[in-house]
Structures are given as C-alpha cells and as structure tokens.
Design a protein around this ligand. Structure first.
Ligand SMILES: Nc1ncnc2c1ncn2[C@@H]1O[C@H](COP(=O)(O)OP(=O)(O)O)[C@@H](O)[C@H]1O
Ligand SMILES: [Mg+2]
Length: 228
C-alpha cells in the first residue's frame, strides 16, 4: 500500500506588492509518497523555498491545501502546525537558522527535547553525538555557530533536522555552502539516512547530479510546476 506523505492541492501564494498582487506560487498539485526521494529544481526566484516552507507549514498559503500523512495542515492553528512539524518534519533551511546561543550539540539536542522522540531508544545525548560524528563534526560538539564555518553550520543543520528521525526531511539547497567533496559526503549521508529510516526526502537543488539521484524531479518556473 502506498502512503501519501505529502499532498499539495491547488496550492498558491500571492503577496501584496507596491505594484499590485504578486503571484509567487500558482496552482501547485503534487503528491509525494512515504519513503520517496524528490528533487525540486528551478531557476532562482521560481518559488522553491516558498513551496518548501508551505509544505512544512512554516508559511501560510493564499490558496489550496497541504496534507501531511492525511492531516490537513492549514486546518490546524499555529500551535497545532508546530506540533505536527515537530513530530513529522526535519527542515534544513537555506540559511541554516542555528540558534546562536546554543552549541552544535545543544542545537542538535533541541528537536529531541521538543518532540520527545527517542530514535532507536538511544539517549538524546548519544543520538545527537552520533549524528554529529557522522557529519564529521565529532570534534566540534561544543562550538557555537559563529565559531563554525558555513559548511560546518550546514552539517549541524542537517544533523539537527535528522536527529529525531522525522518521517519527512525537507532540505533547501543543503549543499549550497559546501565544497564539492563535503557536499557529496552530505548528500551521501542524506540518502543513507533516508534508506535507513525509510523517510521521505524532498530537496531543493541546482545541481543536476544531485537531482538525478532522486527518484523524481519536480521543476518550478515562475511559480508554476513544469512536471511531476
Ligand atoms: N514575502 C514575500 N514578499 C514578496 N515577495 C516574495 C516574498 N517571498 C518570496 N518572494 C518572491 O517570490 C519569488 C520566489 O521566491 P523563493 O521561493 O525564495 O524562490 P527560490 O527559492 O526558487 O529562489 C522571488 O521572486 C521572491 O523575491
Ligand atoms: Mg530558495
């Protein structure tokens, strides 16, 4: 049986701009199965980050709806969406969004504390440490974000997104700040974790080589879906 992890129906976003109504996303219809890997591609400004934010309920649409595992995301209030997000979603932001006053380890511990999830029965400390080791930051556990390079922060952000083994991982250009070797290692790890945990992986990327590793590619142009 196929389970729909994510279902967007007639999803749209318009904003009021000085020159009138600006359409950022228009009539997006897409269904993503549990366990599937999907790449979202498209030129800069085509609406990729906006779409990812809507799928996570971080932003609200002006039309349409999103269902996560059959739960109507925007029928929930903000608290309800936050709870659903804590339970179901790991999100890697394009700009990392690490908490500056927490160390790498504390940033990665946070989702375990918020969700109460205990993957593989490990203690939060063991789970967070293990994942930071896997992203190559075993010797940076107690560093604050400002003392880490962009690529290191990116890897902390990935560890934080995945530590609670959410059934859905959404990643916005997760290799944008990494050199080719580190980028390849991070992508390998994302696919490895996806296989291990059977999670659904949706990633925004400009890199055709990364997109081609996903089972499906969805292309956006000017806020509309070209395929998928
Ligand atoms: N809150 C907003 N108000 C006005 N314009 C916005 C807002 N958010 C995004 N945009 C515009 O919508 C378009 C799509 O943005 P974005 O989703 O970030 O694109 P991408 O991630 O594909 O580069 C861009 O032209 C951007 O400037
Ligand atoms: Mg973007």
């Amino acid at each position: 049986m196929t389970i729909n992890a994510i279902e967007a129906q007639g999803l749209g976003k318009t904003v009021q701009d000085v020159s009138g109504l600006l359409t950022i996303l228009d009539d997006i219809n897409v269904t993503i199965n549990a366990g599937e890997t999907v790449a979202i591609t498209g030129p800069s400004g085509s609406g990729k980050s906006t779409l990812l934010g809507l799928l996570a309920g971080l932003d609200t649409p002006t039309q349409g709806r999103v269902r996560l595992f059959d739960i109507d995301l925007f029928a929930l209030d903000e608290d309800g969406r936050a709870r659903l997000r804590a339970e179901k979603i790991g999100f890697v932001f394009q700009s990392f969004q690490l908490l500056p006053h927490l160390t790498a380890l504390e940033n990665v511990l946070l989702p375990l504390e918020l969700s109460g999830r205990r993957p593989n029965g490990a203690t939060p400390l063991a789970a967070a440490t293990e994942l930071l080791q896997r992203v190559g930051l075993g010797d940076r556990l107690h560093h604050y974000p400002k003392t880490l390079s962009g690529g290191e922060q990116q890897r902390v952000a990935l560890a934080r997104a995945f530590v609670a083994r959410p059934p859905i991982l959404l990643a916005d250009e997760p290799t944008g700040s990494l050199d080719a070797n580190t980028g390849a290692a991070v992508i390998d790890l994302m696919f490895e974790l996806n296989r291990e945990a059977g999670s659904t992986l949706v990633l925004v990327t400009h890199d055709p080589a990364i997109a081609s590793r996903c089972q499906r590619r969805i292309a956006l142009q000017g806020g509309r879906l070209l395929s998928g």
